[in-house]
Design a protein around this ligand. Structure first.
Ligand SMILES: NC(=O)c1ccc[n+]([C@@H]2O[C@H](COP(=O)([O-])OP(=O)(O)OC[C@H]3O[C@@H](n4cnc5c(N)ncnc54)[C@H](OP(=O)(O)O)[C@@H]3O)[C@@H](O)[C@H]2O)c1
Length: 530
């Protein structure tokens, strides 16, 4: 399967008007009693779902006539009735004829949709031929819990579904890699009949969120995180509030954070709120990526992966996929911010060092007042503890501002290597204790010493802090580390790791959009969700 290089105009013409209304949000009801389902359907309406899927196979004691009458008639939302058998991943183990009788009954009692498995769809659809009520639609579904087949095989599957007389085709496959979603996006765009295309599993999340972009008929959103009806299903609330599902359109630009793991990242929360606040037609997702090169080769359209943040373990590996790299990011050897230019090329930055250095510069200005022109770091003695990823960012960033850099690290060889590269001096961590050639030095801790859960540890003894006018700690869990507390007590200005974190986000936003970052909004959200 090649790349997802089709564009928005391709999408608009190729759907041939099959579906122009917005993608629906359907919440599956997984209650084991009718009463539970009645409560769930009211909650689904409150959250903002468009319809509910009544999963009859979840009911413990199902009495078809009585229960369907209540569930369908009392639902505050349109209903989709599904009675999934074990052989298609559901829970129903009984007689097939009884199962199909219940589905026919649901149709007669006013369900808006029923879902029938492809395996039996031909016969089932023949059995209701000429009896279908107006506005009633049959979804014919196919589930693959192993993988996502080739584009050709999926195309054949849709054709088979269409041949059964289905009104809507549902194809649910399993993602082994995030790029599997591209094949489902393509089939969704090109399908002759309305289609529900879902790629299950965490690596398939984007297929669920982006169905409005590709013209999908509906997507499923769970009532609660623990009540999913299929692997990788997001909650309806996250779809609506976190990913701004209702604002996603075919021409919406797609951004996201590439990582593994990545689900914990708060970046989608910040960026989606920021996009919404200025009415930008964009969405920011979690991209769970195993192979960065494959990801960028597959998602190569200008409006897809328009911009990416990049986190562990891809900060180095992503370098080889770039067309252009910011010179300092290149020296640091790690990128965390990727922008796709209108010509499709990828440019990368490292906003970590910009975030940290600008926060430290502001701290020095607070101390010494604002002097126009040169950076307040110019000429300063700048001691970096640590020589890992953050250490490199700080050392290169400070050197670029004209600071005299000292790198101290537990593994001395790494300190030496980095110090050489930035034209600085190397020492061991122990040597820093007695290093005080002058007053007014700047200290930047980039080791993980003092990070949660070992919050009682500190990388440098308190007595050694008196020579520093400013102390920065890259650690942001906790915000107030022992190092910063003790530095404050010795009279130094302190700069929190959270400042680096938030400011690198401002830079990413600027690079993505060309607009100033909504700083207050970012700060409020960071505090609220810390
Ligand atoms: N605020 C932000 O935005 C931001 C951004 C990036 C990172 N960070 C934080 O910065 C810290 C480092 O991250 P990183 O990505 O640079 O990690 P990294 O590449 O793994 O580097 C870790 C550094 O800590 C040192 N270290 C680890 N355990 C130590 C110990 N027990 N004693 C002395 N030194 C020790 C390592 O020394 P060796 O070389 O001897 O192993 C290395 O220099 C983390 O706390 C991270 O959360 C914050």
């Amino acid at each position: 399967m090649g790349s997802l290089a089709f564009s928005t105009s391709d999408l608009q013409t190729s759907t041939s008007g099959v579906r122009s209304s917005p993608t629906l949000l359907c919440t599956p009801l997984m209650g084991t009693t009718v009463d539970q389902m009645l409560i769930e359907m009211r909650k689904a309406k409150e959250i903002g779902a468009d319809l509910v899927e009544i999963r009859l196979d979840c009911l413990r004691n199902f009495n078809p006539h009585q229960d369907l009458e209540i569930l369908i008639k009392q639902s505050p939302l349109p209903t989709l009735v599904t009675y999934r058998p074990v052989w298609e991943g559901g829970q129903y183990e009984g007689e097939e004829s009884k199962r199909q009788d219940a589905l026919r009954l649901a149709m007669q009692l006013g369900a808006h949709y029923i879902d029938v498995e492809l395996e039996v769809a031909h016969d089932f659809n023949n059995s209701i031929h000429g009896k279908k009520p107006d506005n009633f639609k049959i979804i014919v579904s196919s589930h693959n819990f192993h993988n996502t087949p080739s584009a050709e095989a999926i195309g054949n599957l849709v054709a088979r579904i269409q041949a059964t007389g289905a009104d809507i085709a549902k194809i649910a496959t399993t993602a082994l890699d995030i790029t599997d979603c591209a094949r489902i996006f393509q089939i969704t765009v090109h399908s002759q009949i309305p289609i529900i295309g879902i790629v299950m599993g965490e690596r398939g999340l984007i297929s669920r969120i982006l169905s409005p972009k590709f013209g999908g008929y509906l997507t499923y959103g769970a009532l609660e995180a623990g009540a999913i009806s299929a692997p990788g299903q997001p909650t309806a609330k996250d779809l609506l509030d976190l990913y701004n599902f209702r604002l996603i359109r075919p021409d919406t630009k797609v951004y996201g954070i590439i990582g593994k793991p990545v689900g914990h990242s708060k970046s989608p929360l910040l960026f989606n709120a920021a996009y919404k606040s200025v009415g930008l037609n964009a969405v920011y997702l979690h991209f769970l990526v195993d192979d960065v090169e494959k990801f960028f080769n597959t998602y190569s359209a200008v409006d897809f992966a328009s911009g990416c943040s990049c986190t562990i373990p891809h900060k180095e590996a992503a370098l080889k996929c770039m067309d252009e790299i910011d010179p300092i990011a290149k020296k640091i050897g790690a990128i965390n911010n990727i922008v796709r230019r209108p010509d499709g090329t990828l440019t990368a930055f490292n906003t970590d060092y910009i975030g940290a250095i600008s926060a430290i510069e502001d701290g020095l200005r607070e101390l010494n007042g604002v002097s126009p022109g040169a950076s307040p770091l110019a000429g300063k003695l700048f001691v970096v503890l640590g020589a890992g990823g953050a250490g490199k960012s700080l050392a290169y960033g400070a050197a670029q501002k004209g600071a005299r850099v000292v790198v101290a690290n537990r593994t001395f060889e790494r300190a030496k290597d980095l110090a050489e590269k930035v034209g600085g001096q190397a020492m061991t961590l122990a040597e820093v204790e007695n290093f005080h050639p002058e007053e007014g030095m700047v200290l930047a801790n980039t080791t993980s010493v003092g990070m949660k859960p070992k919050i009682d540890e500190t990388p440098l003894a308190k007595h050694a802090l008196k020579n520093y006018c400013l102390v920065f700690d890259a650690i942001y869990t906790p915000k107030d580390t022992r190092l910063l507390r003790e530095a404050r007590e010795t009279g130094a200005v302190i700069v929190y790791g959270t400042e680096m974190l938030i400011r690198q986000g401002f830079e990413q936003y600027k690079n993505f959009t060309g607009l100033p970052a909504p700083e207050e909004l970012f700060r409020t959200l960071m505090e609220k969700h810390a």
